[in-house]
Write a protein that binds this ligand. Structure first.
Ligand code: PLP
Length: 373
């Protein structure tokens, strides 16, 4: 198969990235954190692509990468030696993989249960490695996390009791995290700011309790794209886990953040049944709709009215001359799961393909390994 040289050569559906827009997003975020004591730990789950992560790290202001899954952390470890898995891992096999990773790079992982503590400790001891731990605090999202305050302190103390020092392998308490996921998506700035501040008060008051009890707070981690400049304003917050800013999606666009759309889903018109409608080959197997339908970047003035498995149904403005075989580009409403549907991203400078980047952290890596064994 020949490699595409221009947008017209790309087989659709496909992800395309406007490299210049992405680089501007990376530079804007790196510049915001330059000179601040709070650092950026970009979330790899937003794109799962080493080439993009490499550019984020190279831009500076970063203290490592954040990952959501063990497979992402395994992929990210090829280019980064300080990884936070900002998510609970309790499956014995995955705990062993976390321990194996910790023998090569610095790993820190979220913890919110005694069962998780037991399983991670067993894996770390078996491998004879130190696995860093952050107590995951529920700051209002009501997903994972122990209650702020007393419960968080109690679990932190358990970590220290169970694994006193990690010399012979065990867990090493490094601090706490609390992701304000219920607040990052509030479109209106004043309301978002109030919700984020309330969430961060829960986290930083717990961090102060940690200190009062002599517990470590080397890492106090929080934040996303909708809150990076609010949460980082709290003196106690040491790093921000934002991810979406690098490529952006239409869900975040309503917040008027200083970041540009850099990712598109390229499709081909396969049918033009009426003057007002065309159908492209980029349905929801190429572009998720969990955060609503994507927008149409091209043709101008068009809008997506439905996504079927393999079909994007597009309403066209009066006078639109688009023909069967022409290209359309959609803007995703949610980048993370959309990226996860694809194997590569085509990197574009205008219409020229300047790279084809693998999405190394996508899917269930362990399942792929099974079929390769
Ligand atoms: C734990 C955690 N941290 C940080 C983020 C930040 O992501 P975003 O940049 O998309 O707001 C997410 C997103 O879902 C998350 O789940």
């Amino acid at each position: 198969m020949s490699r595409p040289r221009t947008l017209a050569d790309i087989t659709t559906p496909a992800l395309v990235v406007d490299v210049a827009a992405m680089e501007r997003n990376i530079a804007r975020m790196a510049t915001y954190f330059a000179g601040r004591s709070c650092r950026l730990r970009p979330h790899f789950k937003a794109h799962k692509c080493l080439e993009i992560a490499r550019r984020q790290l190279a831009a500076g202001s970063c203290t490592g990468l954040t990952c959501a899954t063990v497979a992402e952390a395994e992929a990210a470890s090829a280019i980064c030696d300080d990884i936070l898995i900002a998510n609970e891992v309790v499956d014995a096999g995955k705990c062993r993989r976390v321990a194996a990773l910790a023998s090569r790079v610095r790993i820190t992982i979220a913890l919110d249960s005694a069962a998780g503590l037991e399983r991670l400790t067993a894996a770390a001891r078996e491998a004879g490695v130190a696995v860093g731990v952050l107590i995951d605090v529920n700051v209002g999202q009501d997903r994972c996390g122990v209650a702020p305050g007393r419960d968080a302190v109690d679990l932190a103390r358990r970590v220290i009791e169970v694994a006193p020092g990690a010399g012979r392998g065990g867990l090493l308490l490094r601090g706490l995290m609390g992701y304000e996921g219920h607040a990052v998506g509030i479109a209106e700035r004043t309301a978002r700011e109030a919700a984020v501040r309330q969430a961060m008060e829960r986290l930083v008051s717990t961090a102060r309790m940690f200190r009062d009890h002599g517990l470590p707070t080397d890492i106090v981690s929080a934040g996303g794209t909708g809150s990076y400049d609010i949460s980082s304003g709290f003196r106690e917050v040491s790093e921000i886990q934002a991810g979406s800013y690098v490529l952006m999606d239409t869900d975040y666009a309503s917040e008027r953040l200083p970041f540009e759309h850099a990712l598109g889903i390229l499709g081909t018109v396969i049918s033009r049944p009426t003057a007002a409608r065309c159908v492209a080959d980029c349905g929801h197997k190429a572009c998720t709709k969990d955060h609503g339908l994507p927008s149409a970047k091209t043709p101008a003035g068009a809008s997506v009215t439905a996504l079927n498995d393999e079909h994007a149904i597009i309403s066209l403005p009066p006078g639109c001359t688009i023909e069967v075989g022409a290209r359309v580009q959609l803007l995703p409403s949610h980048i993370d799961p959309t990226i996860n549907l694809h194997d590569v991203i085509y990197a574009l400078d205008g219409d020229t393909v300047v790279g084809i980047w693998a999405i190394e952290g996508r899917g269930y890596a362990e399942q792929r390994q099974l079929t390769n064994d």
